[in-house]
Design a protein around this ligand. Structure first.
Ligand code: NOJ
Length: 720
């Protein structure tokens, strides 16, 4: 460990403040050039640019090397800069969007993808990624659901923790690893009406039960960087929210890592109307333990005054600087400021064949077979295929946050089909566009003709990439344009039709479900999306994804999530489509989603034969053993996610009507029978009571398996 106290004692105030600043590469590159554009707007002086401690985004490894070299030449303390980037679902080889990957329910796969991303990113000069994003999400209108794991806290926690461990490895100093930043703390996904950056008002109990667990899991997994969310949470933007940042994060959870603001979040304190000026913004954020300010200059301009005025003690500034320096040391930057990154290393590990294979496997395992009326898989003996729709030969299937991924390097469905079936006649017809204003139906005739003449038809539909992701929210989450009509026209002339859907959020697929006999949800599958789609369509891979967000029947059902609480007038599931009077229901739509959380078909036929529990009573110190018998009643080997649900029948507060408490992935050979075991412990029955204490209460509980809204083999037990 370096003697940081000595180092800090030798630093000027401006040098300390530099360690608490992060700017874009173009700002930092002006050290040896002119002070222009961004640096001028931020009011930075040339002599201070070389003191800046960290960099957001840069274009290539050579840029990183130049910035670092110039910085070290100009910084008398020789403190290396740290380079951060949003490596969200891959660096150059792009794997499926996080919402898709979560549908694999496969933590090992998530780890494999994160490791691959870390390897590519680190070789290209990235030291830290702003991932994992583990915001809890229930509203598909919100564009950033694509970055989340969806509506299940346990799943988000497990995947988030796996990603942190995979990014960082056993030792962050290893140049193949990168630091992880857990974000956005907290409740960002609770934005009112699914509109990005919007107000979040959530009861503390709700935050603790649903929204907090995944952030906490990532911290427990070793994340040493955390980003507060943009939104106001119960009245105060997160970065200035003392309860959240000081009480929950630092005191309760014992977090001792670095906090970095989101982009200009300190500037936005003024826009939110909770700070009059930069000085107040700096005061509020620093008071809440925000160490690094990203891309605004409230600290730069005001920390000195705040110390001179006695608002803060210089020791407080030193403590923040120390956290930053320790983080840099943990990354190995003091040993090698370049962390081994070079053009040669970058070229050797980026977009390799091996990484493409991982991306292909990940895309296949993330896809969810929503519907299949004996259509899929198609035979590889088909003589002709028609690929119809805007995504038939579309490279833009990487999704938002594609980082350094290049759309032209992705495999389209057409390219994938040619590779899988080189001797089959393939016709491609776009048919229509995929934007809101694409109302042109003049391509329908050609599409229908192609469908009539082909053995099988693959409809390739979806939303453009920039309809989801940051700032991209929708009030109507149906397929844009006239794609539903195209699908109906095509499916009407050829019963061997399957639809692939490319998108970044749950969509309302009622119309497609009425007209098309098979639907395969591909999400934005990444670089190998087209190959993976064809592996699935033609049976080289067996679908195994399960939805981690409900697919509503109408946008007006949003937010819709499986683990909701009961009302005093619940609607019976069997009567979901009926209009009941004075009941908690809509008059024009059922309450259930079209496709529930946990739903996903396979080419195997998994039969849940039985679920047994070894006792009907447990105490706080004993456990219940659960055995679920699963049979693969088919000739196809496959993988299934076995889900265990719990319901607390009576408690001091209303409890979810169903709650996933564990899950396991199992592989079954054709006609194989397996018993999958779970252990239910008292801690799995705990919840946050009205006094905001984590408790379990004695009484009756129900366990079941299957999936949300389709639970089977219920078994009751009592907690004494
Ligand atoms: C804003 C986004 O909210 C955040 O997720 C991201 O990490 C930063 N910008 C940096 O790009």
């Amino acid at each position: 460990m370096m003697d940081f106290e000595k180092l800090i004692s030798q630093m000027t105030f401006e040098e300390k403040v530099g360690q608490l600043a992060q700017y874009n590469a173009n700002v930092c590159m002006s050290i040896d050039g002119e002070i222009t554009g961004p640096a001028t707007q931020l009011g930075l002086k040339k002599e201070d640019v070389c003191k800046v401690g960290s960099v957001l985004n840069f274009s290539c490894v050579e840029d990183m090397q130049n910035i670092q070299k110039t910085h070290l030449e100009n910084d008398r303390n020789k403190i290396p800069m740290v380079f951060m980037m949003d490596v969200i679902h891959g660096f150059r080889t792009i794997f499926p969007i996080p919402l898709g990957l979560a549908c694999s329910f496969d933590t090992e796969l998530a780890a494999e993808c994160s490791k691959m991303a870390a390897l590519e990113a680190s070789a290209n000069g990235v030291n830290v990624t702003f991932a994992p994003m583990v915001d809890y999400a229930r509203d598909a209108r919100w564009g950033r659901v694509m970055e989340t794991c969806g509506e299940e806290p346990l799943l988000s926690s497990r995947i988030g923790a796996a990603c942190v461990k995979a990014f960082q490895g056993d030792d962050m100093k290893n140049p193949d690893n990168i630091g992880a930043c857990v974000k956005h703390f907290a409740g960002y996904g609770g934005a009112e009406a699914g509109r990005d950056y919007n107000t979040v008002d959530l009861a503390e109990r709700t935050l603790r039960e649903f929204y907090f667990p995944a952030y906490k899991a990532c911290i427990d997994a070793g994340a040493k960087l955390l980003m507060p969310s943009f939104n106001s949470l119960n009245g105060i933007p997160s970065v200035a929210n003392k309860w959240l940042m000081n009480k929950v994060l630092r005191e309760e959870w014992g977090y001792d890592g670095v906090v970095i603001s989101d982009y200009n979040a300190l500037g936005e304190l003024i826009t939110h109307g909770v700070a009059k000026n930069g000085e107040e913004a700096a005061k509020r954020a620093f008071d809440c333990g925000c160490d690094i300010e990203m891309c605004s200059s409230a600290y730069y301009h005001n920390l000195k005054k705040l110390v001179d005025d006695g608002v803060f003690n210089e020791k407080d500034i030193d403590a923040a600087v120390l956290r930053v320096l320790k983080f840099k040391e943990a990354l190995g930057l003091f040993d090698d400021p370049y962390r081994g990154a070079s053009r040669a290393r970058a070229d050797a590990v980026t977009l390799t064949k091996e990484h493409r294979e991982i991306a292909r496997k990940a895309a296949a395992r993330s896809a969810v077979l929503l519907k299949n009326e004996n259509v899929l898989p198609f035979s590889t003996d088909v003589k002709s295929i028609a690929l119809i729709g805007p995504f038939a030969d579309e490279h833009k299937i990487l999704g938002m946050w594609k980082c350094n991924g290049r759309v032209e390097e992705s495999v389209t469905v057409y390219e994938g089909a040619k590779a899988v079936l080189p001797n089959t006649k393939i016709t491609v017809v776009k048919g229509c566009g995929n934007e809101f204003n694409d109302l042109d139906r003049s391509g329908f005739d050609e599409a229908v003709k192609a469908a009539k003449n082909a053995d099988v038809v693959v409809l390739c539909l979806g939303e453009p990439m920039d309809y989801s992701g940051e700032g991209n929210c929708r009030t109507d989450i149906r397929l844009p344009g006239v794609q539903e009509e195209l699908a109906a026209a095509v499916a009407a002339v050829n019963p061997n039709t399957a639809a692939l859907i490319f998108n970044g959020r749950p969509l309302v697929l009622n119309e497609i479900a009425k007209t098309v006999p098979a639907i395969l949800e591909m999400w934005f599958p990444g670089t190998e999306g087209g190959s993976a789609a064809c592996d699935l369509l033609f049976g080289k891979a067996n679908p195994e994804g399960k939805l981690t967000m409900s697919f509503p029947k109408a946008t007006g059902q949003c937010p819709i999530y499986y683990n909701h609480t009961n009302t005093g007038r619940p609607k019976p599931v069997a009567k979901d489509e009926e209009r009941l009077y004075y009941n908690s229901n809509y008059i024009d739509c059922g309450n259930l989603p079209l496709y529930s959380f946990g739903h996903g078909l396979s080419y195997s036929n998994f039969v849940y034969e039985d679920m047994a529990i070894d006792k009907a009573e447990m105490t706080k110190n004993s456990e219940i053993n659960v055995k679920i018998t699963l049979y693969n009643d088919s000739d196809k080997e496959g993988r299934e996610t076995v889900q265990l649900y719990m319901r607390d029948m009576v408690a001091s507060v209303v409890r979810p009507v169903q709650q996933l408490i564990d899950f396991k992935k199992v592989a079954l050979a054709p006609h194989e029978r397996k018993t999958v075991e779970f252990t239910v412990k008292e801690e799995m029955l705990r919840f946050w009571n009205f006094e905001n204490e984590l408790v379990s209460e004695s009484g009756e509980f129900r366990l079941s398996t299957g999936y949300a809204d389709h639970l089977v083999h219920p078994k009751m037990f009592t907690l004494k």
